[in-house]
Design a protein around this ligand. Structure first.
Ligand SMILES: *Cc1c(COP(=O)(O)O)cnc(C)c1O
Length: 386
């Protein structure tokens, strides 16, 4: 098959299997009520969990910094792209997460590739939860280490596999909050196993940061896990913080090592300084406005209660990620289309993003939603014809 035949064949296959994906162009800022193709639509599918992506203080910080620093950073961090704003953000993130240091990456995907490939080589073993985010799975293949994928949150299986691994270094890698299911990793057990088997533990808390913990510092705050318990903590800024980019937090030596060796850190342009300024402003809101987390939890309870009354198949997620598992890609797509006809947008998540036969509507809630908007979603779900 030639390359152009391969392209045609794949596109055709995706279409017939209800797996074809395409972008939509929105006409407004990231917020619940938006315009899509000129029509109003109420959305339940962003990761802007605290409603900060369009917050006036965050916008103002961005504007002021771009007046002062321009737009592009112009170079990689190690060349001339690192500003005082980046530095201040790294220091603030380290303090926020209770780690010695933090290092900014331009995206979370790159942070994950950077860390795992810098830490491991072919003599080592990486242990990954089966439902880890794609960027962690890719990082695991790219680093060349032996890979063990353990069943989702199955600490007994993980322990068994750790015990069987005698040579090389070991790194356990897990999402903190699983991106498509919304459940939380067994953090204490993972930390305990890492300790017992002399392994390192890396947690990707893209969906926990800002949302979980009294101060919003994520899954490590909930379980009070120190830098020693979780030596590699990764977080992203494009979700609850409402901006863009990511960071890795850990010891002084870990961060210095990553600066020297993590290729996705070294060989890429630094984020615009104004993004760092916006992230600093939003981090402040995360820390000072705990009501956003409290209100979000109320919405989660209200949604789960309403959905249970409708007899919908919820997972046991306690986070703003509330999937409704429908099974076939066809069913998920159909449900999503029906909701869209009612002016509500919830994306259908299909394989390969999730395992076969677990296609779902992935409802995500935000502190920017009103209770009324949530009730609108519930009544639209009640009218779905499966
Ligand atoms: C979104 C996400 C990433 C990627 O972060 P980006 O900054 O969007 O590249 C990594 N890990 C998890 C678990 C995510 O949900």
């Amino acid at each position: 098959m030639s390359l152009s035949q391969r392209i045609q064949h794949t596109l055709e296959q995706r279409r017939t299997a209800s797996l074809y994906r395409s972008t939509r162009s929105f006409e407004m800022a990231q917020q619940p009520q938006r315009l899509l193709n000129g029509k109003p639509i109420l959305t339940f599918c962003s990761n802007d969990y605290l409603g900060l992506a369009n917050h006036p203080a965050v916008i103002q910080a961005f504007q002021q910094a771009s007046n002062q620093y321009g737009v592009g950073s112009g170079a990689a961090h190690l060349v001339s792209g690192h500003t005082r704003l980046h530095q201040a953000l790294e220091e603030a993130l380290a303090a926020f997460t209770g780690r010695k240091r933090a290092l900014l990456f331009s995206t979370g995907y790159m942070a994950n590739l950077g860390v795992v490939t810098a830490l491991l080589d072919r003599h080592d073993t990486v242990f990954e939860d089966k439902l880890n985010h794609a960027s962690l799975i890719d990082a695991g293949s790219l680093c060349g280490a032996k890979r063990v994928r353990y069943p989702h949150n199955d600490v007994a299986q993980l322990a068994k596999r750790l015990a069987q691994t005698e040579t090389g270094e070991k790194l356990i890698v897990s999402d903190g909050v699983f991106s498509m299911d919304g459940d939380v990793a067994p953090m204490r057990n993972l930390a305990q196993l890492a300790h017992q088997y002399n392994a390192w533990l890396m947690i990707d808390d893209a969906h926990g940061l800002g949302v979980l913990g009294k101060n919003g510092a994520g899954v490590v705050e909930v379980e009070d896990l120190t830098q020693q318990d979780v030596p590699v903590l990764m977080g992203t800024l494009g979700k609850a913080l409402g901006t863009a980019g990511a960071f890795v937090a850990g010891s002084q030596d870990l961060i210095e090592y990553l600066i020297q060796t993590a290729r996705p850190y070294i060989y890429t342009t630094g984020q615009p300084p104004a993004i760092a300024a916006a992230s600093l402003a939003s981090l402040k809101l995360v820390q000072t406005e705990a009501w956003r987390r409290d209100y979000l939890q109320q919405l989660i309870q209200r949604f789960r209660h309403g959905a249970q009354q409708l007899g919908l198949a919820l997972t046991d997620s306690t986070t703003p990620i509330q999937p409704i598992i429908l099974g076939s890609s066809e069913a998920a797509l159909q449900a999503s289309r029906q909701l869209e006809q009612k002016g509500i947008l919830v994306t259908a998540i299909r394989p390969p993003t999730v395992p076969a036969n677990t296609a779902r509507l992935r409802v995500t809630l935000s502190a920017a939603h009103t209770e009324q908007e949530l009730d609108q979603l519930l009544s639209a779900l009640a009218q779905l014809a499966y």
